[in-house]
Ligand binder design. Structure first.
Ligand code: 15L
Length: 272
């Protein structure tokens, strides 16, 4: 078996979502034995060596079954945008618990698709470390912060390892000025997830999910060296074309989380 292929199968939740599909394709092509799952049907051709099982993250027994024999769980499932609390609660909090219980039983590592929205209310004028305070910008970001904390608890209490990938904006290419800092290429995401699974020891580590964006940098000092990852792509070639592509919303432009910060914003005296 090539040394960039895990020895055990890998479970991927959220396989039918935008990033799940990217990883199913790229890791499947690299020869990984993938167990794909999502509540929605998988819309693409199944990669060689992959299976797909439709399941709700709310079904803990289904997740236990799916994870049987897996060495890692790539948790990309759940709600991926800002929504009312009641819509986030089931998939992102209870579902996450089911993922961690399955990981505990299998002694599997979790790669958790966390988000920049877990720290979205940090100001863009700052540069923050992975150890700076979580500052979620809504119920979605709060669920990602909770996910990181749950992962830490499972590490301290049960020895379940996690890599929390605080994904910026993972798209085919950056489309506005904010993404000159937050852009993560699909190829950098794939390499990051690969290292997060294959690295020898990760404990409970945080990695900023952004490409090598030098024109605008908000994030530094994470656990990338521990997992052996460095981004190779960059938003920099888009700098000239995107630097003025900004909104006229002062809340959106002030904070790292951008438009998510402005959703339902009601601070009477304006930005802090
Ligand atoms: C995220 O966490 C979202 O899932 C995605 O839809 C983007 O909005 C991204 O963050 C971003 O901040 O650009």
């Amino acid at each position: 078996m090539p040394d960039d292929v895990p020895t055990k199968p890998v479970l991927l939740t959220g396989a039918s979502g935008a990033l799940g599909r990217v990883l199913a394709r790229s890791l499947g092509a690299a020869g990984w034995r993938l167990r794909l799952t999502d509540i929605a049907p998988f819309p693409d051709r199944l990669p060689d060596g992959a299976t797909f099982t439709a399941a709700d993250l709310g079904d803990g027994v289904a997740l236990l079954r799916l994870a049987e024999g897996c060495g890692a769980i790539l948790h990309f499932g759940g709600v991926s945008v800002e929504r009312p609390f009641e819509e986030i609660l089931g998939p992102n909090l209870r579902g996450l618990y089911h993922v961690y219980e399955a990981a505990r039983r299998e002694r599997a590592r979790v790669v958790f698709a966390s988000s920049n929205h877990a720290v979205g209310f940090h100001e863009r004028s700052e540069t923050i470390d992975a150890s700076d305070p979580l500052l979620p910008d809504g119920y979605y970001g709060l669920s990602k912060a909770y996910g990181e904390l749950m992962g830490r608890m499972y590490w301290m209490k049960h020895g379940v390892e996690s890599v929390f990938v605080r994904i910026g904006s993972c798209l085919p290419e950056p489309v506005n000025a904010r993404m000159l800092a937050s852009y993560l290429s699909f190829a950098d995401l794939t390499r990051l997830v690969t290292r997060a699974v294959l690295a020898e020891r990760v404990g409970a580590g945080v990695v900023w999910g952004a490409s090598d964006n030098q024109a605008m940098t908000w994030w530094r000092d994470d656990d990338r060296v521990t997992i052996g990852w460095a981004p190779r792509d960059s938003a920099d070639p888009f700098a000239a074309q995107l630097k003025d592509r900004r909104s006229d919303d002062p809340v959106e432009e002030r904070y790292m989380g951008g438009a998510f910060c402005a959703i339902g914003y009601s601070r009477p005296d304006g930005p802090a």
